[in-house]
Structure formats: structure tokens, C-alpha cells
Design a protein around this ligand. Structure first.
Ligand SMILES: C[S@@+](CC[C@H](N)C(=O)[O-])C[C@H]1O[C@@H](n2cnc3c(N)ncnc32)[C@H](O)[C@@H]1O
Length: 437
């Protein structure tokens, strides 16, 4: 939006029309770099600038000046300064705030709030880490558990937000064991829990109080994004908020994805994220139990991103694969394995064939570097699980179509390890009908 042109007689700064749709994140006025300091001075003079945040570059080669959301209706901008109201998802704290660590700032501000009631117990209870989603700070479950905090009421959360340069505060509870990975997050300050998270150039939006974002999947999301899926039709049997559906569509070039999900909150988040990334027209969301999916003979690739096991989805995965050409399944599973013996490690370092992946393919470490990754790569249990799964799926496909199929292990990817010996793996399984000779 441009500042409205006004006759010379009126003051240089005029109330500006505020757009009705205020974007999410920290509101800011974006302008051309040559107007940035002028805009900052004007907003400061009118006490409209949000001084907790610094100026920062935004798309389009512009600079954004954060403004106080409660003052949006009072914006006064000189008519010759062009501006647009934008929402900053990752606001940069102002210079003064950056000088001391956020954890220390939090402790100092809380101590000031408590005054004489400050105790060593409270000091120990102040969190040192949290997750940040734009202007929302997500605290861990054990934060602020000491009783005296309760007496502070909303002032506590306002202080936490102000110390951490945020506007909203939420606290995590346990993930519910309801099959939908509902997060049990409580919003402590703010009106809603919708946030945006940018990952590998993809915008994911979701309500933190209703859906979970799994940062542990990052290596797999990157791997999926680099798979050659141009022109392919995919079925994602456990789409969640689109962790894999979106990279398949945005980066891997998939022509179309059928995304199945039974959690209505995740469905809503997936829908919004597909729109945000401009790929809504290439995805059909199947809301409900993926085991009841009515599709068949459509897919070149099926993603089964459910742990600890996606086994219940194997029959439907077989059914949706194209019956004449087959395709690739990405099967997630938690596999338990003992640590590899030292002798196996030495063989691997000398370059024995067993050092390669199950399909003879040398693999890069996924998440953990060096020796840990090397040790992890060699687990014979993984190999056994991959081969057993290939045999099972081959049997399911042969039974379904009444003719032989061949299933070959292309790759096994370790995604994440859970203590002590459980690994989240993804098996890439190529499944093809055996053609009559
Ligand atoms: C692990 S989560 C998120 C998916 C993502 N692949 C990941 O690994 O983070 C699995 C998702 O599958 C959904 N889900 C589980 N079983 C399902 C079923 N039978 N039908 C449809 N959705 C299901 C859950 O609601 C959840 O959103």
C-alpha cells in the first residue's frame, strides 16, 4: 500500500488507512531502503514503533520497521513514503536486547517483577531453552512449575513475552497417546496458536495448541525434497501437517499427491500450508482413516511416515501402487538393534562391502556425524528388517494381483535414534510386477 497523496496544507504525517487483513507475525511497515530511516523516525516520533525489535530486510529488497500492533489504527506516515503492512515471522531483537543472552534477560526481568519475593528456587525454575515460532515462544512442560509463579497471573506471561521479544507464550504438555499426536499445548498469552515455520524454503503453518511440528524429521524432509519425482503421482498415507507432502510437491516435482490424514486440525493446517506454498491444486486431501482409502492403481510412490510402525498401512500401500508398473514405497519403522561390535567397525573402515548399505550403496550419515553414524550404519538388524519387509510386501502384492512381484531394497535411511538402541528408519522399497517372458 502506498501513503495517500494529500494537499500541501495538511501536516506531513497523515493517518493512514490500515488494511483489514493484518498479517500474522510481528506487524511491520515495509518500505524501500532509502525511506527506512525516515519511516523509523516518523514512527518513533509518534510512539508507534515497536522498539523491542530492530529494522530488518524483507522480501522485495525492502526494509521493515516493526510497529506496535495495538497502534495499527493510529499509523501516521508521510504521504511520500511508500509502505506496506507485513508480518515478520522471525523478528530480530533490537540491538540493546541482543547485547545480553535471552535466558539472562528473562531471568533479570522476572527478578525485577518479583522484587523481594525472588528466591533461589525460582531462579532454578527459569527456563534456559524454548522453541520459537515467529512471535510465539513455546515453553517446555517443566517450565515455571514452582508454586509462586501461579500468583503472578498474566503478568508472568507478559514479562516472559517482553523479555524474549515475543507476543505470545504457550507451554507444552505431553503428546497425547491418541494416535493423532495431539500436543496438549496451552496458550498462556495471545489470542490464537497459529504459527508459521519456514523450513527448506517451504512454509508450514499450524496451530501449536493442536498440532505438532517434528524438528527431528529434518534430514528425511531434505532427502524427500531431493528425490526425483517429476511427473509422479504420490500417496502420503500419514500426511500430518504436510511434513513430506509439501517437500514432494514443492521440491521433488511430484505431479500430484493424495494426502491422507484423520486429525481434523492437521487437515486444516495441511490445507493452509498447501495454499501458502501455491500447490493446493496438486493435492487432494483424503480426510479419514487411510486404511479405508478407496483409491487403487494410482501411485508411482507411497509414503508411509508413521512410527513406531506403518505396518497397518502396507496392504493399502500395495493397493494404491500402479498395478502395471509398480513404484517405490518409503516405509518408516522403529527398529531395535544392539550396538555393532568393534570388529564390524574396523571392517567398515577398511572398506569391506558390508560397510555399504543393505543394497550395496554407500550412504552419508543422516543426523549424527562421525563414528556414531558409522556405527549406526552397520546394524545387521536393519538389514534383516529391510529384507523381511521386502519379503512381506512382495507376498502382499503377489496375493493382491495374482501374479509375481519383485521387491528390492533401494536404501535404508536412519532418521533419528531413540535411546538406548531404537532407530527410526526409512526403507525405500522398489516394487515391480514381474513381466511374463
Ligand atoms: C507421525 S505423524 C506426522 C507425520 C509425519 N510423517 C511425521 O513423521 O512427522 C503421523 C500422522 O499420521 C496420522 N495418522 C495416524 N494413523 C492414521 C490413519 N490410520 N489414517 C490417517 N491418518 C493417520 C496422525 O494423525 C499424524 O498426523
Amino acid at each position: 500500500m502506498e501513503g495517500a497523496a494529500v494537499p500541501a496544507a495538511v501536516p506531513t504525517a497523515v493517518p493512514a488507512a490500515v488494511p483489514t487483513g493484518v498479517p500474522t507475525g510481528v506487524p511491520a511497515l515495509a518500505t524501500e531502503p532509502r525511506f527506512a530511516q525516515r519511516l523509523r523516525q516518523c514512527l518513533e516520533a509518534e510512539r508507534l514503533r515497536d522498539e523491542r525489535f530492530g529494522l530488518q530486510p524483507v522480501p522485495g529488497g525492502r526494509v521493515a520497521v516493526p510497529v506496535l500492533p495495538e497502534k495499527l489504527s493510529q499509523l501516521c506516515v508521510p504521504p511520500e513514503v511508500p509502505w506496506e503492512l507485513v508480518g515478520i515471522q522471525e523478528p530480530v531483537p533490537c540491538r540493546a536486547a541482543r547485547r545480553c543472552s535471552p535466558a539472562r534477560r528473562l531471568r533479570d526481568e522476572l527478578r525485577r517483577l518479583l522484587g523481594a519475593s525472588w528466591t533461589a528456587e525460582l531462579e532454578r525454575d527459569v527456563p534456559h531453552a524454548w522453541q520459537r515460532h515467529g512471535d510465539l515462544v513455546l515453553l517446555s512442560e517443566d517450565s515455571f512449575s514452582a508454586a509462586p509463579w501461579q500468583a503472578l497471573g498474566p503478568a508472568l506471561w507478559e514479562t516472559v513475552a517482553s523479555a524474549l521479544g515475543a507476543r505470545r507464550v504457550a507451554r507444552r504438555g505431553r503428546v497425547a497417546a491418541d494416535g493423532m499426536r495431539s500436543p496438549r499445548v496451552t496458550l498462556l498469552l495471545g489470542q490464537h496458536g497459529w504459527v508459521e515455520h519456514v523450513d527448506n524454503g517451504i512454509r508450514y503453518t499450524f496451530d501449536v495448541t493442536k498440532c505438532m511440528f517434528s524438528p527431528g524429521n529434518i534430514s528425511e524432509k531434505l532427502r524427500v525434497a531431493s528425490l526425483p519425482c517429476a511427473g509422479e503421482v504420490l500417496v502420503d498415507l500419514y500426511a500430518g501437517i504436510g511434513y513430506f507432502t509439501l517437500p514432494f510437491l514443492v521440491h521433488a516435482g511430484a505431479a500430484f499427491v493424495h494426502a491422507c490424514e484423520w486429525n481434523s486440525h492437521a487437515v486444516e493446517a495441511l490445507h493452509r500450508s498447501l495454499v501458502l506454498n501455491g500447490v493446493r491444486d496438486r493435492c487432494r486431501i483424503h480426510r479419514g482413516d487411510s486404511r479405508q482409502l478407496q483409491l487403487r492403481d494410482v501411485a508411482d510412490r507411497v509414503n508411509l511416515g508413521l512410527i513406531p510402525s506403518s505396518e497397518e498401512g502396507w496392504p493399502v500401500a500395495c493397493r494404491v501402487l500402479k498395478k502395471d508398473t509398480g513404484g517405490v514405497l518409503h516405509i518408516h519403522h522403529n527398529v531395535e538393534a544392539r550396538p555393532a561390535p568393534q570388529s564390524a567397525l574396523l571392517r567398515a573402515e577398511r572398506g569391506s562391502p558390508e560397510a555399504a548399505g543393505p543394497a550395496g550403496e554407500a550412504r552419508r550419515p543422516a543426523e549424527h556425524g562421525g563414528e556414531q553414524a558409522l556405527r549406526a550404519r552397520l546394524r545387521p538388524e536393519w538389514h534383516r528388517w529391510a529384507e523381511a519387509t521386502a519379503t512381506r510386501i512382495q507376498g502382499l502384492l503377489a496375493e493382491l494381483h495374482g501374479r509375481p512381484w519383485r521387491c528390492s531394497v533401494l536404501h535404508v535411511e536412519p532418521v533419528k535414534s531413540y535411546a538406548p538402541h531404537v532407530h527410526h528408519l526409512v526403507l525405500d522399497l522398489e516394487c515391480r510386477p514381474v513381466l511374463p517372458v
